[in-house]
Design a protein around this ligand. Sequence first.
Ligand code: PLP
Length: 366
Amino acid sequence: MKFNETLKDITLYEAGKPIELVVREFGIDPKDVVKLASNENPLGTSPAVANVISEHASKAHLYPDDSMYALKDGLAKKFGISDSEVIIGAGSDQILEFIARSLLSPQDSVLMTKITFAMYEIYAKQMGAKIIRTPSYVHKADEFIEAYNKYKSKIIYLCIPNNPIGDCMTKAEALKVIDAVERDTLVVVDGAYMEYASFKDKACEITPQEILKYPNVIYLGTFSKAYGLGGMRVGYGIANEALIRQISKMRPPFNITSLSLAAAIAALREDEFIARSLALHAEQLIRYEEFAIKNSISFIPSYTNFITYLFDEPLNSTEITDALLKQGVIIRNLASYGLNAIRITIGTAKQNDRFFDSFLPLLKRL
Ligand SMILES: *Cc1c(COP(=O)(O)O)cnc(C)c1O
C-alpha cells in the first residue's frame, strides 16, 4: 500500500507508560505503582465531579449536546468572554489538530522552540508543513522574531509554560512576539499548565480575555491537568468568533462524550479543589528543588506541575528511567527529545517519597 508521503517523516507519539504495563511486565501490585509520568493531578478527580460522571452513566445511550452550550457558557462566564469565542475538543490536542488542518499546506512552515510539546510537530507534519525551531529550548522572544522574519511561518506555537521543560515565557515576552507578526500568521498560546504558572508568578499569566483583542491569536486550555480529568479528554480553544467558526469546520460531530461534557461542566465549579491542588503542588515542588540542590542535579525552575532534572554523564536518563520502572515508579525519559534528562510529575507527599527513596540509591551507586 502506498501511504501519504507526509507519513514518512512522522515518529509515533510516545505517551507516558500506563500503570497496567508495569503490572504486566514486572508483576508489581497495581497499588504499589506510582505514576509520575503524564502530569495528571495527583489528587485525582474531585469527588463531586466523579459523582456527576456516575449520575450520567444511565444516559449513555443519548448523543451528547453537540452545541456544547452549557460547557461553552460556563467557560465564557469564567473568562468574561462570549460563548461564540469558544471551541471544545477531545483534549486541547484535538484543537491543535483542527488548527493544523485548517491552515497548513506543504508550502508552509510552523515555528516553535527547540524542545516543546511533541504534538505541534506531528500535526504540522501530517499536513506536510516544514518545522522551524528556535535555537534555545526555553522560549525567547527575540529568537522567535528572528526566525519568523526569515521564514514567515504560518503558525507560531508558544507553550506557556513549556512542556517538557517547565520554563515559562513572561506575558511581556509573549506579547512582543504577537506584536511582531503579521495578521495572517496564527499564534497559538498553549496554556495547558497556565493554572500552575499564574499561581507561581503573575508575570506569566495570560488570560483568554486579553488575547481576544488580537484577531490572529488562539488560547488553548485543558481539563486534563489541574482539573484532574485527563481520562475524560476535554480541552478548549478561545479566539475571536471568525477564527473559531473557521476551525470548527474541522470538528466531527459529537467529538466529546456526554460523560466528559458533564464532568467538565461540573469541574468548573471546583474552585476549592483547584486551590487545594495548587497548594499541594507548590509545597511538594520545593522538595524536588531542594533534593536536586542537595544532590547536585541541575534542574529547570518549573512553572508547571512537573520538574525536569538534567543529568551529566555518567548519569543516564534511560538507565534511570528503566531502573525506576522496575520498582514501579513511572517517570518520563526525555532522551527522545535529545536530552539526558527526566521529567517527573509532582505527586502527593507519599508518591514523592517513593520517588526519592527509589532514585537516591541510583545516584549513590555511581
Ligand atoms: C497535556 C498537554 C496538552 C493537551 O492535553 P489534552 O489532554 O489533549 O487536553 C496540550 N499541550 C500541552 C503542552 C500539554 O502538556
